[in-house]
Design a protein around this ligand. Structure first.
Ligand code: GCB
Length: 609
């Protein structure tokens, strides 16, 4: 059985069964990493329980548990019916952060590195049919310079281990997304890809299907009312969609693509995906969706909420989309890792444009890179001896992310790094490999980019040429020239943009971060930094500059909501640059944005295309 059959989003069909294993699992910390040699793979012998899916950190009232770094174990039980004997049985983990070893009935089934993308474990031969099975997972949340995201793990003088992330969000970990038990046919569909073309009077969809086992492949397309529209036979081909209703910004339309594999006229496997038909392209300084210019209005976000941490939370996802609709946004970046699949499904449904980001964050040897970068402190990164191993993990993450999200209409671009150190020659070959791999993997050849740190300016950045459109994270008026110096901040931002303009890149620029930390409890006139009034002043200053610059084709403010970070003197129980609080209520800036974005046309600044 090919594990890829289980990487297709787990949907029950006539040939596929999917049982969610969510619940309270047994849980145990293993600070001495002795579980593996003490036989915990057969059972962890724990009294403690833990919700799955969730991050483990925010349930406990003790700090040692919240900050726990190292190995920890989960255990649950599941039943496999006797009738599944002649089928393939797999477990699908949507995300386990940051690495896992999976054991079923004591036997090791698989290992996986990387905390934000799905993996599957084939348990066909390890499973007990017609009885109970024990599932044990050994999870680890350490960071190093070869992991994505990047950081360090240190031992304190008192012997306790801690992580030192090179990034600005709490290192939440655990079985953070759903786990599914799957019963699949042994001959099965393992992959499905589409790429779209708009034609006169309709659209054409080039598709390709991969399977294990020979057979006849058919693809059938239904509209939203379930009416048969079109179809094709064969593993590869083109499906014509007459009068196609295109997927558009905040005006989505999804066709249901049924993929079927039959042998001698008998259905062997079937699976479906709801897919929007649209094209995306960068032409000159325009971002084009279905050939029409679009200006990005929206946010950098996090998967982050009270109590469940980074754990899957359908209710929070719903609330976030309602707020994004209310405020007049049309886009977001999945900073700083790929989100759960259900998030993209809702973005597809609601017509939001997504810049999908890899977990390549912290490529800057500093635990406070937001400050170091703004001040221009030079920190070598791509020269490190660990870089080749990091690159392999990075390429794996890119392949897995694109494989998972390639059919999502909402995904209009791939962000391949957040804020890497991009000013040294050594970065160039690394960037080349990363950008080439993304292009190679993507059947739709979407635009690629990376979010450039303040230090990566027109005169210092050596890697902007790889980006199809340029994304800038800029904190003028916050980390530099804040408060009463905001006029100088405006001049500095303008002067940087002049520098970019002089390069004549003929590419669109998008601000993927700008903003100011703001305590929702502080109002003050005249403003001071951290007050709600100052947040709006910083936003107004930035927007004045963006509005005067015709190649700026998008603004994604940092951040959608306040979020948890590690503790420290620069963070007041988390990052407070949210336009909404962590509880998803508006700060004053939310009303300011609503006013601005509802009045900016979708094709703002287009030159009549
Ligand atoms: C950045 C990072 C983001 C931080 C943000 C900040 O440049 O990309 O992860 O949270 O700045 O607020 O400092």
């Amino acid at each position: 059985m090919e594990k890829n059959a289980a990487l297709l989003y787990p949907r029950p069909t006539a040939t596929r069964l999917a049982v969610r294993l969510d619940g309270m699992w047994k849980f145990r910390f293993d600070p001495e990493s002795k579980g593996a040699s003490d036989g915990w793979n057969k059972g962890i012998n724990a009294k403690e329980t833990m919700p799955v899916p969730a991050s483990f950190q925010d349930f406990f009232t003790g700090k040692d548990e919240r900050e726990y770094t190292g190995d920890f174990w989960y255990e649950t039980e599941f039943f496999v019916p006797a009738e599944w004997q002649d089928r393939a049985v797999l477990l699908r983990f949507d995300a386990v952060t940051h690495r896992a070893r999976v054991f079923v009935n004591g036997q090791e089934i698989c290992r996986h590195e990387g905390g934000f993308l799905p993996f599957a474990a084939d348990i066909t031969s390890a499973a007990k049919y017609g009885g109970a099975n024990r599932l044990v997972a050994l999870v680890n949340n350490e960071l190093s310079e070869t992991t994505l995201p990047v950081g360090r793990t240190e031992t304190l003088p008192n012997g306790k281990r801690v992580v030192k992330p090179y990034f600005d969000f709490f290192n939440y970990a655990g079985i953070q997304r759903p786990v599914t038990l799957l019963s699949l046919p042994t001959n099965a569909i393992t992959d499905f890809s589409v790429a779209h073309r708009i034609t006169t009077g309709g659209a054409e969809v080039d598709y390709s299907v991969e399977t294990v086992g020979e057979g006849e492949v058919t693809v059938t397309v239904l509209d939203e009312d379930g009416k048969h529209i079109s179809g094709a036979q064969g593993q590869n081909g083109t499906i014509a969609i007459p009068d196609a209703r295109l997927w558009n910004v905040r005006d989505a339309y999804l066709y249901r693509f049924w993929v079927r594999l039959s042998q001698n006229g008998k259905l062997v496997d079937e699976w479906y995906d709801d897919i929007g038909i649209r094209t995306v392209e960068i032409r000159g300084t325009e971002i084009l969706l279905n050939g029409k210019p679009v200006y990005l209005k929206g946010f950098g976000k996090h998967e982050d909420s009270d109590i469940a941490g980074r754990g899957f939370n359908r209710a929070v996802i719903k609330r976030d989309f309602e707020l994004m609709k209310w405020i007049g946004a049309n886009s977001l970046r999945t900073s700083h890792y790929p989100y759960c699949e259900e998030f993209y499904q809702l973005a597809d449904r609601e017509g939001f444009l997504v810049i999908d980001e890899t977990p390549a964050v912290g490529f800057f040897d500093s635990t406070m890179n937001f400050l170091d970068a703004s001040r221009g402190t030079k920190v070598p990164f791509f020269e490190k001896p660990t870089i080749q191993e990091l690159l392999q993990n990075h390429l794996d993450a890119i392949r897995a992310m694109i494989n998972r999200d390639k059919n999502r209409a909402c995904v209009i671009a791939w962000s391949l790094f957040n804020e890497p150190e991009s000013t040294s020659e050594a970065a160039i070959p690394y960037f080349k490999e990363v950008f080439d791999t993304a292009l190679e993997c993507d059947p739709q050849k979407r635009p690629r980019t990376f979010a450039a740190i303040m230090f990566s300016r027109p005169d210092t950045c050596k890697c902007y040429q790889f980006s199809d459109f340029i994304c800038l994270n800029r904190y003028y008026g916050w980390y530099v020239l804040g408060g009463y110096e905001i006029d100088t901040a405006e001049k500095a931002l303008r002067s940087e943009l002049e520098g970019w303009k002089a390069k004549n890149l003929n590419k669109p620029f998008v601000f993927t971060e700008y903003g100011a930390d703001t305590d929702s409890g502080i109002h003050k006139l005249p403003s001071v930094q951290w007050s709600q009034e100052y947040q709006i002043e910083v936003l107004e200053m930035n927007h004045r500059v963006f509005d005067s610059c015709d190649f700026v084709k998008g603004e994604q403010v940092w951040a959608f909501a306040d979020f948890q970070t590690g503790e420290g003197i620069h963070r007041v129980d988390g990052n407070k640059k949210g336009i909404f609080t962590r509880q998803r209520q508006p700060k004053a800036a939310a009303f300011y944005f609503k006013q601005r974005w509802e009045n900016l046309p979708e094709n703002y600044k287009s030159k009549g295309l």
